[in-house]
Design a protein around this ligand. Sequence first.
Ligand SMILES: Nc1ncnc2c1ncn2[C@@H]1O[C@H](COP(=O)(O)OP(=O)(O)OP(=O)(O)O)[C@@H](O)[C@H]1O
Length: 310
Amino acid sequence: MGVRRGGRWLLRPVTFGIPEGVVGLAGPPGAGKSTLLATFATLRRPNAGLLRILGHDISNAAGLRAARAGIGYLPTRFSRAENMTAGEFVAYAAYYKRTSASAARSMLRRLDLADAAGTELALLPPEVRLRAGLAAACVHEPAVALLDDPFGELCAAAEPWPTGAAGPDELGGLGLTAAMAELIPVLRSLAPTVVVTADATDTLTGWCDQLFTLARGRLSEQPTHSAGVRRGRSAADRRGLDVLDRHDALDRHDAPRDAGTPQPRQAAVDVMSRRPARPALPQLVLPQLSLPQLTVLRARRPPAGSATGV
Ligand SMILES: Nc1ncnc2c1ncn2[C@@H]1O[C@H](COP(=O)(O)OP(=O)(O)OP(=O)(O)O)[C@@H](O)[C@H]1O
């Protein structure tokens, strides 16, 4: 699929799949990470191509409904609801996601928010506010959690002032590294597939199972230090990875497709449809990386005069 905004390709048409595990997406500000994540969250439609989430084609109403039920999305500036208490915020998310009030309460306990539940989001330290956001985004126990720059506020809070003086210590005495070390296991346990964005690659290296950068409209896979996880991949994992990062689609995107062109993307669909049962929560488990949950398929170019583009 391809994603355009402001008259340029933020993601040039490409075929790829996202397997289970934690997938990082880094890129400079303005590269298009938020727009891409919002597309995965089905808030926007791809400008070219086809997006399948959890095996559902989101271009039809039934597929869209089914995909949305399995998605948890945390936008960058979720705390605009900052006059709500953490408890109200999670309870409202539960209502909106048609899950029970007891699910909201159990999510608050699970994310260690019982003490913060009565405090307004604006008054909470950034790492606690982030936990409230994660709880709200994932209160319905989604299969895919899409987290847009979750550490952005923490990184900003930890930055020294321009004078060189220490910042205001909004992390309540926790350094950024310590705050992240506490949050990463929480974040990893939210869903079988977690997609996390950040401006800096460094924020994501070392703990994501797979790492991509987005720059000038291209996705590129980067090394991450989770070498043990990568070494342990099975043949099925490698098959899943085989559909990743097919930027060869880019250059031929506008060329007419001939009937003999091989269609390797179908393999991704087949693999994806064998999604395993989700792990029990809140148990922290290392993700299985074998089965792509979110797969993007390249569109056939519509016939001239066709009304639809996907
Ligand atoms: N309202 C808008 N109208 C037109 N173009 C926009 C609009 N908002 C963003 N864009 C374009 O989309 C690009 C990508 O924005 P996006 O927010 O997805 O980037 P990002 O990588 O998430 O960056 P950031 O970390 O700064 O949010 C921007 O560089 C800009 O060119």
